[in-house]
Ligand binder design. Structure first.
Ligand code: ADP
Length: 307
């Protein structure tokens, strides 16, 4: 069985991606004559390291390759070219699948498709049961997972009667009860109302900051990406921008080119910054382009107006 760890410094990252290319049509064909054309690659030359404990948001237009990348990270798919190492394990080696799936938990968009049992606690127990965890330990993990997502009092409820946000928190509990090192949330707030989204985001922040879990959040919402330490923007299957939220969102024009927004308040500062060039009455004010939060903008403007 080839579960050897690759002996190189950069594989110390929890996820190490090296020259990754992926194509759905010709996957895993090594016949050179049958090589996919450039157009067919949905991911091209991706090189990334995700460090343990980090919180990364992945942004990109529809079809930019975000879900494909997530599926490659937990071996639902395997690279056409290049390599992905999860905690040092090569995802192109089939024998590594169980360990990779144990390390990388996934939460998907639709909570209804992820809930399997008729009682919340049974639903959460399902994953660890499949891993062969002992019954006493399962009970302990279910208690802990319910508490982590703030759903303890719903343990005997029927999942299908819960709100969208609550269902998604149960889905997250089911994943964390398997003790993954990394959790990938693929548009997991997309189907929720604003309150449900907030509940799930609070849970994600808690998992990362308090439980030190590594998080990858794939999202369409700029205000969610702002919560991360790092934002990776995919465009047409390539890494287009990679940096802190401030570094990424201050690149307003570049984001627009990829059909993406920036947080509303960042856009407002950008517009004021532009307006300043022709409007003398606001020339004396500074409108920095890396403001991400409304309060930050309000404080900044207030302090300047007071002067
Ligand atoms: P995103 O998550 O950013 O919307 P995806 O990873 O879902 O992007 O899709 C990237 C590209 O791969 C798109 O062009 C999409 O049509 C294509 N694609 C996704 N899933 C499949 C599939 N199962 N078979 C063939 N093409 C696919």
């Amino acid at each position: 069985m080839n579960t050897e760890k690759k002996d190189s410094a950069n594989t110390q990252a929890l996820i190490h991606i090296e020259n990754l290319c992926f194509n759905y049509n010709n996957n895993n064909q090594d016949n050179a004559d049958n090589k996919p054309t450039d157009y067919e690659y949905v991911l091209k030359n991706i090189n990334l390291d995700i460090t343990e404990g980090s919180f990364t948001a992945v942004l990109g237009h529809n079809g930019s390759g975000k879900s494909t990348l997530a599926k490659l990270m937990n071996m639902i798919l395997t690279p056409t070219e290049g390599k992905i190492f999860i905690n040092g394990l090569d995802t192109s080696v089939e024998d590594n699948m169980n360990e990779v799936r144990r390390t990388v938990g996934m939460v998907f968009q639709n909570p209804d498709n992820q809930l399997v049992a008729t009682i919340v606690e049974e639903d959460i127990a399902f994953g660890p049961e499949n891993l062969g965890v002992e019954p006493d330990e399962i009970k302990r993990r279910v208690d802990e997972a319910l508490e982590t997502v703030g759903m303890t009092k719903y343990r005997l409820h029927a999942p299908h009667k819960l709100s969208g946000g609550q269902k998604q928190r149960i889905a997250i509990a089911g994943v964390i009860a398997m003790y993954p090192r990394l959790i990938i949330l693929d548009e997991s707030t997309a189907m929720l109302d604003p309150m449900g989204r907030q509940e799930v985001l609070n849970t994600i922040k808690y998992l990362n900051k308090e439980k030190k879990m590594t998080v990858i959040l794939i999202t369409h919402y700029m205000n969610e990406a702002v919560l991360a330490d790092r934002v990776i923007v995919l465009n047409k299957g390539e890494v287009y921008i990679d940096g802190t939220p401030k570094q990424v969102f201050s690149q307003f024009e570049k984001m627009r080119k990829a059909g993406l927004d920036v947080p509303q308040v960042t856009e407002l500062m950008h517009l004021l910054h532009e307006e300043q060039k022709t409007n003398d009455s606001i020339k004396k004010y500074a409108f920095p382009l890396n403001v991400l939060h409304t309060q930050e903008a309000a404080d900044l403007i207030e302090s300047q107006v007071k002067k």
